[in-house]
Design a protein. Structure first.
Length: 167
């Protein structure tokens, strides 16, 4: 149990540091922003209590907001997306006793199911974050372009991260 807590604490710290120190400074073609810190939320066990998931998600988003000068955007988007985490997961994975105790990774779900879960989660997060940031639907085209390009970039990076992190 304590090894698991230490592992998730380290993952939380690494995700925040990577986002704040490296990926906040990258914007491709003025539209694609890599959002790698959400890997922590994606990687949480499916059977973890929702109160913990909401708390961790809010804190993760809040810490990134503090260092990114985006007041509340990531905290709100992380919290809302974490509420949709289980429905997104079970949209692609059969619901049974084994899958309810899994940690979503390539090795536990397989590349196809994991890719569907990962991409859907990323698109939902990006759509929420950019909609909250613009706080208007007048720029639907720009929100769609930023969501699509950021989702593709983030998807590629998180697939790479997941293949590097040992089980």
């Amino acid at each position: 149990m304590s090894a698991s807590i230490l592992r998730y604490g380290l993952l939380f710290l690494v995700c925040v540091l990577l986002q704040v120190l490296i990926f906040n400074n990258i914007v491709l073609f003025h539209v694609a922003v890599p959002i790698v810190f959400i890997y922590f939320i994606i990687h949480l066990p499916i059977n973890l209590k929702l109160s913990y998931v909401f708390t961790f998600s809010f804190l993760l988003g809040l810490i990134v907001d503090v260092f990114s000068d985006t007041p509340g955007v990531n905290a709100l988007a992380c919290t809302l997306t974490s509420a949709l985490r289980i429905p997104i997961y079970y949209a692609y994975v059969a619901k049974d006793d084994v899958t309810s105790r899994q940690i979503p990774t390539i090795s536990t779900l397989g590349i196809i199911e994991y890719s569907k879960y990962l991409l859907t989660f990323i698109v939902v997060y990006c759509l929420l974050a950019f909609s909250i940031e613009y706080f208007s639907f007048a720029d639907v085209k720009e929100i769609a372009i930023m969501t699509g390009s950021s989702a593709v970039l983030t998807f590629i990076l998180l697939l790479a991260f997941d293949s590097l992190i040992p089980e």
